[in-house]
Design a protein around this ligand. Structure first.
Ligand code: E4P
Length: 229
């Protein structure tokens, strides 16, 4: 599993997909808005179908845009008709702590055979219960956890232990990545997947000292060519 790309930008997805280093893509309404997605469902369909086609069979998470129970169910079914590799992102609860989201998650996974990525979670406890409800992926927002003064690595390790102990098949996605270091520290802590923005992936690959070293190799190769003339 390891790395998912957390973006809706087609050219960035194409770039990193071609390198063979990503295993899926995650989006949310904020990410899609940043890519200029307007026009409600039609706008979301247009972009997410293109992403899904580009990365198939890798999974793509698309988040529902309502916290109304029926609308969440309807949108989830619609998303899955758009492409086989689309799964549905549902927040663990509503904006005022409404808990029926858990029922929706359970119904989608167990009755409608739709894969759910439960999102916007900040603790091992939330993720554990989402996994109990049947979620395929449980997304904890590591950067936001750290911003609140808690240690995201501790939550991830605790969560992984619980999932393993109770043989729950949910995969841990850690999102809200803020630093390059987060990627390896979260994977080491027990995450199955870290979802990373394109700029951070670039930072994982390109190193200033590697640049300098490659420049030296190329310079000396040229010198060698000159000397052999
Ligand atoms: C994860 O799936 C989310 O899309 C994302 O990582 C949220 O991160 P943020 O805290 O930068 O909004």
């Amino acid at each position: 599993m390891a790395i998912y790309l957390d973006t809706g930008n087609l050219s960035e997805i194409e770039k990193y997909h071609k390198m063979g280093i990503i295993r899926g893509v995650t989006t949310n309404p904020t990410i899609l808005l940043k890519e200029g997605v307007t026009g409600g469902m039609e706008g979301i369909r247009e972009l997410t179908q293109q992403i899904a086609e580009m990365i198939t069979p890798l999974p793509l998470s698309v988040e529902v845009t309502s916290n109304d129970k029926n609308e969440m169910l309807e949108q989830s079914e619609k998303f899955c008709e758009w492409a086989d590799n689309i799964n549905v992102k549902i927040t663990i609860h509503g904006p005022q702590g409404e808990m029926f989201n858990m029922e929706v998650i359970h119904e989608l996974e167990k009755q409608k055979d739709i894969r759910v990525n439960v999102t916007a979670m900040m603790s091992a406890q939330q993720c554990f219960l989402a996994a109990m409800a049947g979620a395929t992926w449980v997304s904890i927002f590591g950067g936001r956890v750290n911003n609140m003064g808690y240690n995201s690595c501790v939550e991830i390790t605790r969560l992984r232990k619980l999932l393993d102990q109770f043989e729950l098949p949910a995969q841990i996605i850690v999102g809200s990545t803020r630093e390059i270091l987060n990627v390896t520290e979260w994977l080491e802590a027990g995450a199955h997947i870290v979802t990373v923005s394109p700029d951070l992936i670039k930072g994982m690959i390109v190193h200033p000292y590697t640049k300098e070293t490659v420049q030296m190799f190329l310079r000396d190769a040229e010198k060698g060519k000159e000397l052999s003339k």
